[in-house]
Design a protein around this ligand. Structure first.
Ligand code: HSE
Length: 441
C-alpha cells in the first residue's frame, strides 16, 4: 500500500474559524484523507498571544507569534489566512502569493479591497488564492458560480449575504422587537462583528456582493461606486406595513447585468421583497443566493451564512482544492493572450451609476397631522412624476402622523429629488426614510 502524501498546512489566526478548521479536520480525518488521497497536517499556527485560552487544544509547539515565519516556511504547502483585517493580512497574503504559494482565505474585506492586486500576483507567480469561505459562510456559492454554472452568463444574482442583519430583521418581524433589542441579543450570541458597522451598515454584505460581481462578470467594482446601505433605519412599523402589502424586508445584495446595454448594476441595501420569492423565506442567520444564468435558469442556494462550522466547512473545501492542485490536478491552461481576451470581455462593461436605478419605492414620512398634508406631499412628489401605489397612515398621540407610501415605477434620481423637495417644504418632522422595492426585471 503506497503511503499518502503529507500536505502541510499553516494557519494565520486561530480564532473561531481557525479552531473550527482544526476541529472539523480532526473529527472527520479518516474520510477526508480518503477523499483527498492525502494526509493533512496543520503544522504551524500563528497567533497574537500563545497563552490565551482556546476551546480547541493543540500541541504547544504548533504555535508561533510570528506569522511571517509560517508564510516563509518552505515545508508549508497551504497558508490559510484566517486572521481578518486588511493590514497585516494583506502584507502576508501578498508575500505568500509572491512566493507562488497557495493561500486559502475567509477574508472578504481583503478580497473586496485588494483582490485585483492579489489575483494578479497569483497569476504571475503561479500561486493560488482560494476564497470559498469569504462569501455566504458554508454555502458553496463560489464553486457553484465558477465551476458548476460555468456554461452561463449571469443576468441576475441576488440574495442575503449577512447573517447578523438577517437575524435582527427576522426577530424584529417575528417578535415585534425593536432594532436595538434584537441587536443586544445578536451581540450576546456573538454574531456581530467586532466592528459592528460592518454588519449594521451593510459593508460586510457589500464586500461579498463585490466579490460575487467579480466572479460572475470579471469586473472589480469599487465599494464607493455602489449603493451600500444597512438596516439601522428599519423599524417594526416598516416590517409590519411591508407584511400587509405582501412583502418582507431583507438586506439584499443585487448584481444585475443588462447584456444589451452592457451595464452592470451592483448594489446592497434593505429591500421590500415579495414574500413569494424563495429568498424572502430565508430567515435568522441563514444566507440565500439566487443565481439566474441564461443556460440553467434560476438556481437558489440556502444555508448557514456565518458561524464556526459553516465557515470552516468552506475553508476545508478550499483546502481540498488546494490538495488536488498540489497533486497535479489539471487546471485550465491560461496564456497571457487568453488573459487579455478574457479581460477585454469586461472592458466595455459599464458600471451603472448609483442614481441610474429604476423601480418602485417605499417611503416613510413623519408629518404633522394636519389638513392638506397628504395633498402637499402628493403635489411635491408629483413634480417629479412620482405617483402613489398605496398609502397607509398612523396617527401619533403628539399630533404627528406617519405616512407609509409605496410608489409606482419611478427612478432613484426622481425619488432623491422628491425627498429633497419634501424636506425643504418643512412638512416633515424628521428625515424621510426610503426603502427600495426589489422586483425581478
Ligand atoms: N458578520 C458576518 C455575517 C459573518 O453576519 O454574515 C460571516 O461573514
Amino acid at each position: 500500500m503506497s503511503e499518502k502524501r503529507i500536505i502541510r498546512i499553516g494557519l494565520l489566526g486561530f480564532g473561531v474559524v481557525g479552531q473550527g478548521v482544526w476541529k472539523n479536520i480532526e473529527n472527520n480525518r479518516q474520510a477526508l484523507e480518503y477523499r483527498l488521497g492525502a494526509q493533512l497536517r496543520i503544522d504551524r499556527i500563528a497567533v497574537r498571544d500563545k497563552t490565551r485560552f482556546r476551546e480547541v487544544v493543540v500541541p504547544e509547539a504548533t504555535y508561533t507569534e510570528d506569522p511571517g515565519s509560517v508564510v516563509d516556511d518552505p515545508s508549508i504547502d497551504i497558508v490559510c489566512e484566517l486572521m481578518g483585517g486588511t493590514d497585516k493580512a494583506l502584507e502576508l497574503t501578498r508575500r505568500a502569493l509572491q512566493m507562488g504559494k497557495i493561500v486559502v482565505t475567509a477574508n472578504k474585506a481583503l478580497i473586496c479591497e485588494h483582490g485585483e492586486e492579489l489575483f494578479a500576483i497569483a497569476r504571475r507567480t503561479g500561486g493560488h488564492y482560494f476564497y470559498e469561505a469569504s462569501v455566504a459562510g458554508g454555502i458553496p456559492i463560489i464553486k457553484t458560480i465558477r465551476e458548476a454554472l460555468v456554461a452561463n452568463r449571469f443576468r441576475l444574482i441576488f440574495g442575503i449575504l449577512n447573517g447578523t442583519s438577517n437575524y435582527i430583521l427576522t426577530r424584529m418581524e417575528r417578535e415585534g422587537l425593536s432594532f436595538e433589542e434584537t441587536l443586544g441579543d445578536a451581540r450576546k450570541l456573538g454574531y456581530v462583528e467586532a466592528d459592528e458597522s460592518l454588519d449594521l451598515d451593510g459593508i460586510d454584505a457589500a464586500h461579498k456582493t463585490v466579490i460575487l460581481a467579480y466572479l460572475a462578470h470579471g469586473k472589480w467594482v469599487r465599494l464607493e461606486d455602489i449603493i451600500c446601505e444597512g438596516i439601522r433605519e428599519i423599524t417594526g412599523e416598516d416590517i409590519e406595513i411591508a407584511g400587509q402589502l405582501g412583502y418582507k424586508i431583507k438586506l439584499l445584495g443585487v448584481i444585475e447585468r443588462d447584456f444589451e446595454s452592457d451595464q452592470l448594476c451592483v448594489r446592497l441595501h434593505p429591500a421590500l421583497i415579495s414574500e413569494k420569492e424563495v429568498i424572502a423565506g430565508v430567515d435568522e442567520v441563514y444566507n440565500g443566493v439566487s443565481v439566474t444564468g441564461d443556460v440553467v435558469g434560476t438556481t437558489i442556494l440556502i444555508g448557514r451564512g456565518a458561524g464556526q462550522d459553516a465557515t470552516s466547512s468552506s475553508v476545508i473545501s478550499d483546502i481540498a482544492d488546494a490538495v488536488f492542485t498540489l497533486q497535479g490536478a489539471p487546471e485550465p491552461v491560461i496564456s497571457e493572450e487568453d488573459e487579455a481576451v478574457y479581460n477585454k470581455l469586461a472592458d466595455g462593461l459599464g458600471i451603472a451609476s448609483k442614481t441610474a436605478l429604476e423601480g418602485r419605492y417605499y417611503l416613510r414620512l413623519h408629518v404633522k397631522d394636519e389638513k392638506g398634508v397628504l395633498a402637499s406631499v402628493s403635489e411635491t412628489l408629483a413634480k417629479e412624476q412620482i405617483s402613489f401605489a398605496t398609502v397607509n397612515q398612523k396617527e401619533n398621540s403628539d399630533g404627528t402622523a406617519i405616512l407609509f407610501l409605496t410608489t409606482h415605477e419611478t427612478s432613484e434620481a426622481a425619488i432623491l429629488r422628491g425627498l429633497a423637495g419634501l424636506t425643504s417644504t418643512g412638512l416633515l418632522g424628521r428625515e424621510p426614510v426610503m426603502i427600495r422595492i426589489f422586483e425581478r426585471s
